[in-house]
Design a protein around this ligand. Structure first.
Ligand SMILES: C[S@@+](CC[C@H](N)C(=O)[O-])C[C@H]1O[C@@H](n2cnc3c(N)ncnc32)[C@H](O)[C@@H]1O
Length: 250
């Protein structure tokens, strides 16, 4: 019979965990905020509207977000897969990325933003950005896994001026974050605080912190977040620490 936690066992290698053993060292849970160097990390479910609490608690701790770079789970199958690996079952068989998750992912955008997106959902995303933020977006062709075409969709939220991010064009998403930081920093004229609501295994924070900026991240899966904490601690040379909670009851 399946037991809680079984979903994180490696499917082919007994005694090993999916995403490694970092969670044993950094046992982060939903509702918590961990800090490591200039980065602040929350285990948070954006489909349950955790983001406002994450961002306001981060601001009270001195992390004021000025830009957003994210690679959300951009398809129904992908979002269900990530949930399955988090909770042992697909929470909702009917979760549809465009209708159920895209609105929350667009609402969390702050400052100068780039959203990576599968080609099939680019028009939905551009439309949603216009509806939620009243802004037009620019679409730049990029790739992921060094071969598959996808898009980097750039826009600016609120009073933040639009930044031309066409420099991203043609790059792979393993290389786009440093370019994003460079262009936005030149425009803004100072250090950035980059927000990634879907931090995953840490491509955004590793690159942002390496470039000397600060970072706020959120991730649904505690084991993926712990793996990120481990990578980030290697980059910044200090151990992650539990800073506090963004949810009262956690
Ligand atoms: C495409 S991956 C991000 C890849 C990331 N750039 C990296 O370097 O690994 C999308 C991430 O979004 C997370 N995610 C899925 N649903 C979420 C939700 N409701 N709230 C927060 N994160 C979520 C997944 O667990 C996954 O790690």
């Amino acid at each position: 019979m399946a037991r809680p936690g079984d979903e994180w066992k490696h499917p082919r290698e007994p005694g090993r965990w999916l995403y490694g053993d970092a969670w044993e060292a950094y046992p982060c849970e939903r509702g918590e905020l961990w800090a490591c160097g200039g980065g602040l990390f929350a285990v948070a479910d954006l489909a349950l509207d955790d983001h406002e609490k994450v961002l306001s608690t981060a601001a009270s701790l001195g992390w004021r977000v000025t830009a957003t770079y994210t690679d959300p789970p951009w398809d129904k199958g992908i979002s269900k897969g990530f949930r399955t690996k988090t909770f042992g079952k697909a929470v909702s068989e009917s979760v549809d990325f465009v209708n159920d998750l895209m609105p929350s992912f667009v609402r969390v955008a702050r400052g100068v933003c780039v959203y990576e997106m599968g080609i099939q959902h680019v028009d939905d995303l551009v439309r949603r950005i216009q509806v939620v933020h009243g802004k037009s977006a620019q679409v730049h062709p990029i790739t992921y896994d060094r071969k598959h075409p996808c898009r980097a969709v750039s826009f600016s939220v609120g009073s933040t001026p639009t930044v031309d991010l066409s420099a991203l064009r043609g790059y792979d998403d393993l290389d786009t974050v440093p370019i994003f930081c460079d262009v936005v920093q030149r425009h803004a004229g100072g250090n950035l605080c980059v927000w990634d609501p879907c931090t995953g295994l840490g491509t955004t924070p590793v690159n942002v912190l390496r470039a000397g900026h600060s970072f706020v991240g959120a991730e649904l899966n505690p084991r993926r977040m712990a793996a990120t904490l481990k990578e980030v601690s290697k980059v910044v040379g200090s151990e992650p620490v539990l800073m506090g909670k963004y949810l009262e009851d956690s």
